[in-house]
Design a protein around this ligand. Structure first.
Ligand code: ZN
Length: 357
């Protein structure tokens, strides 16, 4: 029989493997799930093998997938969490519905698996945000479920661990001991290197600054920054934009503005890399007091007359997951009225173990 030995990943859009480093690899086009959370639907029945492997204790494919997710969920120090809903089928080629699925398939939605491929994880992303992930296990492989050294029949669960690692954002790690190695081997669970990679992707913190007075802030949104949803912000309504054109999962920076007397806050936000939105929230971070936006390269300007108190200005892109540079100019009038501090927002890892049938 042909030895099936390589697993593969594939991004819709641009994806290449970064090669060779002493530590984990993140996909060359970095992507992640907002809040580190995603849900996969699974109702795995192999056309000839049925619902389960053969090695005792006999484990169903669905249970093996659930356990594979559990290894990432319990091992990760970051925010990531995979929910598996078993007994619920999602077509892995139904790409574009935003639902994540897993299946045994004969091909990759019309493309060939390649002779050595065991399984493939496909990510569809917008900016850095994964909007859909699907995993296809090659139907013609002789599958089983077991721990320990690799046997002729391939262990479905360790392949599932590997492919889930791809969906979480990891690329192939060629040098260290890793479940994300390019080829299947005797490892069957995430290694320290793999978990370090997850922590790097999902331990997201918004930077903290302390500044005062008039400010011109040149900064940038990076892959590891916080999305608005992760910072606890609701999706804003932005003047001049429909609700559907404003993404929830945009990177944000929150600037705390303290007015010592009544005055005007003028905010200008410009980015050469993304369409920018700027808005002012009240002290509870819930009520949008003023907002504006501008297309890429243009300046979003707002002016808000404020009585003494605390306000928050939020800089973001209009679209989801956009990284790049921006300049934020904050001008209080009169100039002595404003004390400015950038709010600290850090995320605490959230662990839940949950299963629904
Ligand atoms: Zn792989």
């Amino acid at each position: 029989m042909r030895i099936q030995g390589i697993w593969r990943t594939l991004g819709l859009g641009v994806l290449f493997f970064v090669s060779q480093a002493s530590a984990y690899e993140i996909h060359a086009t970095p992507t992640r799930f907002p809040d580190g959370q995603f849900t996969i639907y699974s109702d795995l029945i192999h056309p000839s093998l049925g619902t389960a492997g053969v090695t005792a204790p006999v484990t169903t494919w669905d249970d093996a997938l659930f356990d594979a997710a559990g290894l990432w969920n319990t091992g990760s120090v970051g925010l990531s969490y995979i929910t598996i809903i078993t007994g619920s089928y999602e077509d892995t080629c139904d790409n574009g519905d935003g639902e994540h699925g897993v299946d045994f398939t004969t091909d990759l939605c019309g493309d060939d698996f390649g002779s050595a491929t065991l399984a493939t994880a496909r990510r569809t992303f917008s900016g850095t945000v994964v909007v859909e992930g699907n995993i296809s296990f090659k139907e013609s492989v002789s599958w089983d479920v077991y721990d320990g050294n690799l046997k002729t029949a391939r262990d479905f669960q360790r392949v599932a661990v590997h492919e889930l690692g791809h969906l979480l954002g990891l690329g192939h790690e060629s040098t260290g001991s890793a479940i994300m190695a390019p080829s299947i081997g005797n490892l069957y669970q995430p290694q320290t290197d793999d978990l370090d990679g997850i922590a790097a992707i999902y331990t997201n913190t918004c930077p903290t600054y302390i500044k005062a007075g008039n400010e011109v802030i040149n900064s940038s949104f990076e892959f590891t920054d916080c999305f608005g949803s992760e910072a606890g912000l609701a999706k804003p309504s932005i003047s001049g934009l429909t609700d559907s054109s404003v993404a929830l999962d945009a990177y944000v920076r929150i600037y705390r503005l303290t007015m010592e007397e009544t005055g005007t806050i003028e905010l200008d936000l410009t980015s050469p890399d993304f369409n920018s939105a700027i808005y002012i929230l009240d002290s509870s971070l819930t009520t949008n007091l003023k907002s504006g936006w501008a297309s890429t390269g243009n300046t979003a300007s707002i002016s808000y007359t404020a009585s003494p108190g605390t306000y928050y200005a939020v800089a973001r892109s209009v679209l989801r997951g956009k990284v790049g540079d921006y300049t934020l100019t904050i001008v209080p009038e009169p100039s002595e009225t404003l004390l400015l501090i950038v709010a600290m927002t850090s995320l605490i890892g959230l662990k839940r173990l949950r299963r629904r049938k």
